[in-house]
Ligand binder design. Structure first.
Ligand code: ZN
Length: 201
């Protein structure tokens, strides 16, 4: 069964001025679509053609012969989470179980934000910064290129794309500004809480 590009859960201008309609059209319609198209082409006629996306990520992660599949499957998974956990008028603070676990893991929400921003800023080259559940504990981690915390046995519940294609149109080389805008104005904390609840269910 071929994978499909999901629609964005908001309009293309919903995240203005923090993420422009131009960026979302390029990033979702072109970059993400390309990962989906490549993935479908690469798994056609292989034993992975009927596997779930998570199964494909796992099966290809440690197999150098499947690097092409891994890169496109990983990026499809990563971008689907990324689109889900943003919204118009996002930012603010998490509540409920998520807020409690962030306090437990990082001391307080501000410390979490600093740690997350640092991970995003210090990821050299392309990649992602994440909030992920490792066993029972939340951790901030960063990964290169298409990799994600699933391959290390963790469950990502929040991720920011720090590939240049995610921010160069709106922020040029100012990645720290993009990270701050993401946390302060774009994160959909209710959705991140829902991801946490799925992960601990
Ligand atoms: Zn991207």
């Amino acid at each position: 069964m071929a994978f499909e590009l999901p629609d964005l859960p908001y309009s293309y201008d919903a995240l203005e001025p923090y993420m422009s309609s131009k960026t979302l059209h390029l990033h979702h319609d072109k970059h993400h679509q390309t990962y989906v198209t490549n993935l479908n082409n690469l798994i056609e006629d292989t034993d992975l053609k009927d596997a779930s996306l998570e199964e494909i990520v796992e099966a290809s992660a440690k197999d150098p012969a499947k690097a092409g599949i891994f890169n496109n499957a990983g990026q499809h998974w990563n971008h689907q989470l990324f689109w889900r956990i943003m919204k118009k008028g996002g930012g603010g603070q998490p509540g409920g179980e998520l807020a409690k676990r962030i306090d437990d893991a990082f001391g307080n929400f501000e410390s979490f934000k600093e740690k997350f921003k640092t991970a995003g800023v210090t990821q050299f080259g392309s990649g992602w910064a994440w909030l992920a559940l490792d066993g029972d504990t939340l951790k901030v981690v960063k990964t290169s290129n298409a990799d994600n915390p699933l391959t290390a046995g963790m469950i990502p519940i929040l991720g920011i794309d720090v590939w240049e294609h995610a921010y160069y149109v709106d922020y040029e080389n100012r990645r720290p500004e993009y990270l701050a805008a993401f946390l302060n104005h774009m994160v959909n904390w209710e959705e991140v809480e829902a991801e946490l609840q799925k992960a601990i269910a």
